[in-house]
Design a protein around this ligand. Structure first.
Ligand code: SAH
Ligand code: MG
Length: 212
């Protein structure tokens, strides 16, 4: 039987705003809890938005006694800005005129009771990755989906994945008619081509690779 997030937390995840479909969230959770306990390190999420995927990962962290670092500058990706496809106008802070998902993310974590498991890391992903010192047991990349952010997330975060650890990538669309290219072309394909990762599973646009 597939291991599932407990009902209470799953309800919180499904109530949260964001871009993680139910079946992919369940697959993300199953993958995160599948990392052997002998693989050291935390769970790291790059791109949290309002915390929807983070609830599944927080549940996995609680179950496996791993901390979850949720990395986001909370100012939205290019595709979340006004005039773009994935913009939600009520997430703009009237004071700065910029997107601010941090209050929403905080509410989601507090409502889900995950503040002891999830560490909120507010900042620019490449800046944080460049100073990251530990191995990572489970890395989930769902940050900026342009060529440059995706390339930087691949180059700067994936070397930290521990041997036997997992790399999960969201919004991987091999067929261009299904969505944007960079998670596929600039993260998924290079990871496989590096010879350092092998594919473990695919659920919707979620791909899970193991570090060899
Ligand atoms: N995982 C979320 C969706 C993430 S959307 C869910 O399940 O709903 C992508 C997120 O990446 C946005 O919140 C955006 O602010 C963040 N992001 C984009 N570029 C970033 C960067 N350079 N540094 C930090 N966060 C970034
Ligand atoms: Mg996504």
């Amino acid at each position: 039987m597939k291991v599932m997030l407990d009902d209470g937390l799953r309800t919180k995840a499904l109530a949260a705003r964001g871009f993680m479909p139910e079946n992919e969230g369940d697959a993300l959770f199953a993958a995160a809890v599948s990392v052997p306990a002998t693989v050291a390190g935390p769970i790291v999420e790059v791109g949290s938005y309002c915390g929807r995927s983070t609830v599944w990962l927080g549940g996995a962290g609680r179950l496996t006694q791993r901390v979850v670092y949720a990395v986001d500058h909370h100012m939205g990706s290019e595709e979340n800005q006004p005039g773009w496809e994935w913009h939600e106008p009520d997430l703009v802070d009237p004071h700065t005129g910029r997107m601010d998902t941090l209050p929403h993310f905080r509410r989601t974590m507090i409502d889900a009771g995950l503040t002891d498991v999830v560490v909120t890391v507010v900042g620019d992903s490449p800046t944080i990755a460049r100073t990251w010192m530990n191995t990572i047991a489970f890395l989930f990349i769902d940050g900026g989906h342009g060529v440059e952010p995706a390339t930087l997330d691949y180059e700067l975060w994936t070397p930290h994945v521990a041997q036997g650890g997992l790399l999960a990538i969201h919004d991987v669309f091999p067929d261009p008619k299904d969505g944007g290219r960079p998670p596929y072309e600039n993260i998924y394909l290079p990871a496989l081509a590096s010879g350092k990762f092998e594919e473990v599973s695919a659920t919707g646009s979620l791909r899970v690779l193991r570090r060899l």
